[in-house]
Design a protein around this ligand. Structure first.
Ligand SMILES: O=C(O)CCC(=O)C(=O)O
Ligand SMILES: [Fe+2]
Length: 324
């Protein structure tokens, strides 16, 4: 285990312009091109919004199991809703976490012959009847964090020598933004360090562009450093943890990296809320200047493959004919 810690970047400096902005872009280059993970403050998301979602997340996971299961994701072809502890897989191994997946609130696409299957990811969410205030709080949080994420994408574009609006094309109102509310139950069996049975969520890379993560008091998140060592990412009040996803690594021609990370089972209950900034499902993500890495990728195909891998029950029930 490494004792190094991740850099803390202040997005307010980018907004300030001039020398501050230039300094921010330099720090961003070092952070995004180095470990690929950093803390972000100065993001402008009000504390009222982060506190509210934290409180409601805790309340949601305290609801009786049958109320959580009333919105289980097996009822949704769009992988929306609740996943019970142990029903998600990473690297073929069961994760020990429960979660609520919330995507953009849109009507399902009525499929026509020849339509690509990934359009089926579009559709409505499932919301808990027993906690009606969660809907507004989640959408409010999402709205605020997306605003910060867009600003950061603008800074990354500048860092890559492009206009601030460079990534905007695929991030219009059809963008496949996704939010996940997570609970890692305390490991009562002492499994909370790396080794057999310690997987809160297994080692993975995120598949979109950027992830902004709000963590509460209990840690457990670890990232792979450049030398393969695990670096602890403890919660920092008022900061989000940001990491680069696979599609942004591709879009940036490999100049910034998507870093592997995972969560070890904590010894006390851990809550986190993640926002995955992702482009439209029909986006064709291409390397900047045609440089480096694999060729262009259709985001919808990439995202669907990930969902099918991690949620086999939903895959069996709704997607048995889909390419996988
Ligand atoms: O809960 C966390 O801290 C990380 C979650 C994560 O990496 C993910 O869901 O992709
Ligand atoms: Fe992740």
């Amino acid at each position: 285990m490494s004792t190094r810690s991740l850099p803390v970047l202040d997005l307010g400096r980018f907004r300030a312009g001039g020398a501050e902005r230039a300094a921010f872009v330099r720090e961003l280059r070092a952070a995004a091109g180095g470990v690929g993970f950093f803390y972000l403050r100065g993001h402008g998301v009000p504390e009222r919004v982060t506190r509210r979602i934290a409180d409601l997340a805790a309340e949601f996971f305290r609801l009786p199991l049958e109320q959580r299961l009333a919105i289980e994701n097996v009822h949704s072809p769009h992988f929306r809703g609740y996943t019970r502890d142990g029903n998600e897989f990473t690297g073929g191994v069961r994760d020990r976490r429960e979660q609520l997946d919330i995507g953009p609130e849109r009507p399902a696409v009525v499929p026509r012959p020849g339509d690509p299957s990934w359009w089926g990811l579009r559709g409505p969410n499932q919301w808990p009847d027993a906690l009606p205030e969660l809907r507004a709080a989640a959408l409010d949080w999402q709205h605020e964090v997306v605003r910060a994420g867009r600003e950061l994408l603008g800074a990354l574009a500048v860092m890559l020598g492009r206009e601030e609006t460079y990534f905007g094309t695929w991030f219009d109102e059809e963008a496949a933004t996704h939010m996940k509310i997570l609970h890692y139950p305390a490991a009562k069996d002492g499994a909370g360090s790396r080794g057999a049975g310690s997987q809160g969520v297994g080692e993975h890379k995120d598949y979109g562009y950027l992830t902004l993560l709000q963590q509460h008091e209990v840690g457990g998140l670890q990232v792979r450093g450049p030398d393969g060592e695990w670096i602890d990412v403890p919660p920092r009040a008022g900061s989000f943890v940001v990491n680069i996803g696979e599609m942004l690594e591709l879009a940036a021609g490999g100049r910034i990296v998507a870093t592997s990370h995972g969560v070890v089972r904590p010894d006390a209950d851990r809550l986190s809320v993640a926002l995955f900034m992702a482009p439209r499902l029909d986006a064709i993500v291409e390397p900047l200047d045609g440089q480096g890495g694999p060729g262009s990728t259709r985001y919808g195909e990439h995202a669907l493959a990930g969902w099918l891998r991690s949620h086999p029950e939903v895959a069996r029930r709704w997607w048995s004919g889909a390419p996988g």
